[in-house]
Every structure is written in structure tokens, then in C-alpha cells.
Design a protein around this ligand. Sequence first.
Ligand SMILES: [Fe+2]
Length: 248
Amino acid sequence: MIDMHCHIIPYTDDGAIDLNTSIDMARKAKDVGYEGIFATSHYIIPDNEVLNEEYVQNIKKINDTLEKENIDIKIYHGNEIFFTNDIIDLVKDHKVCTLGDSKYVLVELPLFNSIIPMNVYEEFNKLQDEGYVPILAHPERYDFVTRDIKNLIPLIEAGVLLQSNIASITGKYGRNPQRNIKKMLKSNMVHLLGTDSHTTSVYEIYDKAMNKIKRTLKNDEMLNTILNENPDKILNNEEISIWYPKSK
Ligand SMILES: [Fe+2]
């Protein structure tokens, strides 16, 4: 099982504050069952442009420490790219990392848009034209989803994959994201699950959250697909197929 969304790299964004925290997060991730983590550090122009060289060195440092301490979990490349024009150029110029160097690109949108900005389709199209697959991070947190989860259908139809945060179901991000993820799960609109950990706190509520997700989804096969199989497919750069959304 691979965590496809995690801010484990220290000194990079609002995630792990130092190497000790990173190692602690990795240890706790291992305890709840993860074998790998995509290190999806924020990439936000112009505030948080992660220097690729430093980032890659940090991943190596964490992996070396994990090996030394016999913690059997591996950290892979990634970024959570804050939506901007010409993401495709950032990818092609290696200013950002795709997930595990695959064709999958994790993108987040501003939280407070009541409609999807129109250029989202245009920019995602540019990625797709070059063979990349956009993944939208935590859709349940966006205002346009709170307004109506059906607003996600055109994105799904445009080939965008949706990644929800496990802790959204516990209310960690407030009532709206909690309601939204429940609706999304019941409507086949969650394609991938990740922790979006910034510290160790998510692992404390992990089992409780997963139980809630299981009870809401009522489909163990689908749960296995979105939690285990699909993140594995990203790591292996394989195709992900999805269930068609139920309209509710
Ligand atoms: Fe994140």
C-alpha cells in the first residue's frame, strides 16, 4: 500500500519540520500498513518553488535514514502542484516531479472558488496531450464541490482522477468536506485515497477514519482499489480505470 499524498520532506513546505519528524511520520505510516509514500511537497508559484535538487537530496537522506533504522518503507518523488498556467512546462522542464516519475501529476486548486476556473480544463488538456494524467487533490475541500458534487462530473469525464483525503471523513477539514467526501464515496467519485499528512497526527485517527470510509462506501472491492491498487498502479505507471459516477 502506497500513500499517494504526504508532506514528509523536511524544510520544504508546511509539512515535516525536521528530519526527525519525517522519520516519525514514516514509522507511523509503516505501522498503519504503508510500504511506500509519494513525497508530495507543495509547489506554489511564487511562494514555494521547491528547488528540485535540494528536494531530491532530501528524499535520499530520508530513504538512507529509514534503511539505517530498519524501517521498511520507501519514499518516492512527487509534488502537489498548486494550479497555475503552463503546468506542462513545469513538468517538462523538471521543475516539478510527477508521482514516482510516472505520467500521473497531482494538482490542487484554490479552496474557495464557487465554480471551476475555466482554464483548469485547458491546462489539464495540455498535460493530457503530452501523455500525462492529472489527479485533483482533495476535491471534497473545494467550494465548487460543496455547492454541488455533480460539478465534479465534467472533470471526471475529461479524464481527471480524484484523490480524497482519508481524514476528511472525520471532519478534520470541517463539516463541508466531511459531507462532500461521504457523497463522493457513495457516488463512485473517489478514485484514490491519501493521507495528506503534514505531521504524525493523521496516523492517530487513521483506523477510525478508515472504518468510517468502509462503512460509507459499503464496497470492499472498491475500497481496496482506491486505497491499494490504484496508488500501486501509479507507482508502476499503469493505466487506472474508474467506475462511472452515480448521479445523486
Ligand atoms: Fe497536500
